[in-house]
Design a protein around this ligand. Structure first.
Ligand SMILES: [Zn+2]
Length: 343
């Protein structure tokens, strides 16, 4: 009977998805205001992105690094986590095209900003949070691919996007922290491509906006850091080369005392990672509701097997089909939040 309760709870929670979307729309407005006040995100100051085509030179065994801890065969989605930047000693100054077919180039990667109060480099806190997020997503049944698991790896922003393509990822979440000359600038924001982006197709742009909205809302609520909403970003190499929905999370401003000391405090990293995972859960419940329902049933089945539930395989299958039918009947596809218009 437990599984019916689970399905019922899932259906009950569906209206919350609509809240996520509407909250994102509101925040988009705030973010545009916020952007004017807080100045450009670190990416625009050149602190945002980075990597190196000679990934092999880093000696990283991607297969081993990325799949060892991932549960297999549970039908979960594949999430690429991209901890922004890398160690300052890794030379990523060579240029690469900012987008497919673009004559504009940017450095393969930069080393990011640094905590004005904590002294912690951005690449370090990005990686710390990303590794906790990796565990959290694995525990929730996702297949997780990391673009890097140490600070020595040389992988360019373009290559990070290409990794998501080759791994057939469902989404990419890029973990960053912000910086500003104005120490009063604070808060969390996400960045997503807009409809003006000619390098990405409309479906990816729309889904990226939904992903960005879900993550920023959950992260802000859980951490108490100000919600600056979704910011337009069409000049990010790692986004423009993406073939899957992608969002950049700027966790907070490392130039602001409260934000810096909060995000670099490892005691907060579990809450931060859980909230990002909650945002990812919500994203999939919006864009892939039937697959999420199937995953929930699968998890329920595994739980039942562990606890010695004696229901037969046939009963489980019937229930799964019923749930699928019910979802088809009750849950028409939801419109995703539209991307932030370019200011
Ligand atoms: Zn960054």
């Amino acid at each position: 009977m437990q599984k019916y309760l689970y399905i019922f709870l899932f259906i009950l929670l569906l209206p919350l998805n609509a809240f996520c979307v509407s909250a994102g729309e509101q925040n988009t407005y705030e973010s545009e205001k916020g952007q004017a006040v807080i100045g450009p995100p670190d990416s625009e100051t050149g602190a945002d992105e980075n990597g190196d085509a000679e990934a092999g030179s880093s000696g990283v065994d991607w297969e081993a690094a990325n799949t060892a801890a991932s549960p297999a065969g549970n039908g979960g989605f594949t999430v690429v986590i991209d901890p922004g930047h890398q160690g300052s000693w890794v030379d990523m100054s060579a240029q690469e095209p900012m987008a497919p077919g673009s004559s504009q180039t940017k450095a393969k990667a930069t080393s990011g900003t640094q905590g004005l109060y904590s002294g912690v480099p951005e690449y370090e806190v990005n990686l710390q949070v990303a590794l906790v997020l990796q565990d959290e997503l694995n525990a929730r049944g996702y297949r997780v691919i990391m673009t890097r698991t140490d600070n020595d790896t040389a992988i360019s922003n373009k290559e990070r996007a290409e990794l998501a393509t080759s791994e057939k990822a469902d989404i990419t979440v890029r973990i960053h922290a912000n910086g500003s000359d104005d120490t009063s600038a604070s808060g969390t924001l996400t960045m997503a491509p807009t409809s003006a982006n000619t390098y990405l197709d409309a479906d990816i742009i729309e889904k990226s906006g939904t992903l960005a909205s879900c993550i920023v809302n959950h992260f802000s609520t859980a951490t108490g850091l100000k919600n600056l909403g979704v910011i337009s970003a069409d000049d990010m190499t790692g986004t423009n080369w993406s073939t899957v929905p992608v969002a950049i999370l700027e966790m907070g401003f490392m130039s602001n005392q409260n934000d810096d000391l909060y995000i670099t405090n490892t005691a907060n990293h579990a809450v931060m990672a859980q909230s990002i995972a909650d945002g990812i859960d919500e994203y999939f419940s919006i864009v892939e509701p039937q697959a999420v329902a199937a995953m929930a049933l699968e998890a329920e089945k595994e739980e039942a097997e562990k606890t010695g539930d004696t229901e037969t395989e046939e009963e489980e299958k019937t229930t799964s089909q019923e749930a699928s039918d019910k979802k088809n009947a009750e849950q028409p596809s939801r419109p995703a939040v539209p991307p932030t218009p370019a200011p």
